[in-house]
Design a protein around this ligand. Structure first.
Ligand code: PMP
Length: 381
């Protein structure tokens, strides 16, 4: 029997829990302990100008944030920052849209096809269809995509929703018309072993999934090609004339503390996050094993250069499947658990995406409801 701890929160016992969004509140406790070291004071007269650095092509990027980003990637070893432009965005979806816009506007013919291998991050669909641009067209699943002409493949690794390590799947190595945007939102040591220093043309990162500060809405792109970076900057200027300086200042401060503590024995955030995720995954796997109804993907172990040892993967989302012929999102909803339907991710009704980043009490209620689902189902039959 799986032991469910911390089940004291009576007020949660009957309410609907929302694990559809990946709201990363799981990390609040760590930052509470860090206390005032991340506190930022901003006076009324501070940060008033639109401009951050007129000598930078991305003139709305705060130099201290650029520095903090480079130092963090250097310390973690997950991505190359040299000889690249940093473009800051209001969350990484703005940057993804800016990159799709930039690559499409530089393509010979339009609309440019945009694809991602299923199961994919469902927000890509909205990002590429919502404004009904004539410059690009969402073409869905990249597996089996063989349309002629320019295309953009969105590669998410580790993947949202299923946590797998991904490479491109549209196999046209010599095709100049094929472009790739790598979304590395989860390529951080608490989720997955850092096996290499990524070195791609366009790499997207988001503050929210590293530390949990989703509310700051800060993302960044590391871009090799100056023309692409310039077009992305133009897009952000048209879209929001830059990015909040208050948010950038706070992000810079927190990333700096993150970097300073990331080799510490007692305060290493990645160690903390890794232990928490590992613990949650072990509990979830325990419930799934006992249920006989559900399934979860298995992940291979790999040597992590950041931690200096071989480790497993503990993704930010669980890609929960069922062996029954059932609409899993509805089944979970019946048990007051909101999740993201597999169909929205280009998959099927038998899969859902469940956030692993909720607060501890919510996560434990989820486990309890999942453990009881088999029971309710067998009573139903
Ligand atoms: N990319 C992926 C793969 C994500 O899962 C998310 C968050 N769910 C984002 C980008 C965007 O994160 P944010 O909006 O917090 O920057």
């Amino acid at each position: 029997m799986v032991k469910l701890e911390n089940m004291k929160n009576i007020s949660l016992s009957d309410s609907v829990i929302n694990l559809d969004h990946g709201d990363p509140t799981a990390y609040e406790e760590y930052w509470r302990k860090i206390g005032d070291r991340c506190t930022v004071t901003i006076r009324g007269c501070d940060l008033m100008s639109y401009f951050s650095d007129v000598n930078n092509m991305c003139w709305f990027l705060e130099p201290e944030l650029a520095e903090a980003i480079k130092e963090l990637h250097d310390a973690v070893g997950n991505a190359a920052t040299e000889d690249r432009y940093i473009v800051v965005g209001t969350g990484s979806p703005q940057l993804c849209q800016a990159a799709v816009h930039a690559l499409s506007s530089l393509a010979g013919t339009q609309p440019v096809s945009v694809v991602a291998a299923a199961p994919y991050y469902s927000t890509y669909v909205e990002e590429t269809t919502y404004v009904r641009s004539g410059m690009y067209k969402w073409e869905g699943d990249a597996w089996g995509f063989d349309k002629k002409g320019p295309y953009i493949e969105l590669v998410t690794s580790p993947n949202n929703p299923d946590g797998t390590i991904r490479e491109t799947v549209v196999n046209r190595p010599d095709d100049d018309e094929g472009k790739v945007i790598h979304d590395f939102a989860y390529y951080w040591p608490h989720y997955t072993p850092i096996t290499r220093r990524q070195d791609h043309d366009i790499m997207l990162f988001t503050f929210s999934k590293i530390t949990g500060h989703a509310g700051s809405r800060i993302g960044w792109a590391l871009v090799k090609d100056k023309k692409v970076a310039k077009k992305m900057v133009e897009y952000i200027i048209v879209n929001s004339i830059g990015v909040s300086k208050e948010s950038q200042t706070r992000t810079a401060k927190i990333l700096k503390v993150l970097k300073e503590t990331c080799k510490s024995e007692t305060e290493n955030f990645f160690e903390y996050g890794h232990e928490m995720m590992k613990n949650r995954w072990e509990k979830l796997r325990g419930v799934v094993k006992e249920s006989d109804v559900f399934s979860l993907p298995k992940y291979p172990e790999a040597y992590c250069y950041f931690f200096g040892k071989t480790l497993g993967s503990y993704p930010a989302f669980a890609w929960l499947g069922t062996k029954e012929e059932t609409d899993l999102v509805n089944e979970l909803r019946r048990h007051k658990v909101m999740s993201r339907a597999g169909e929205r991710c280009g998959s099927d009704k038998k899969h859902v995406r469940v956030s692993m980043l909720s607060r501890e009490d919510v996560f434990n209620v989820f486990l309890e409801r999942l453990a009881n689902m088999k029971l309710i189902k067998s009573i139903d039959l």
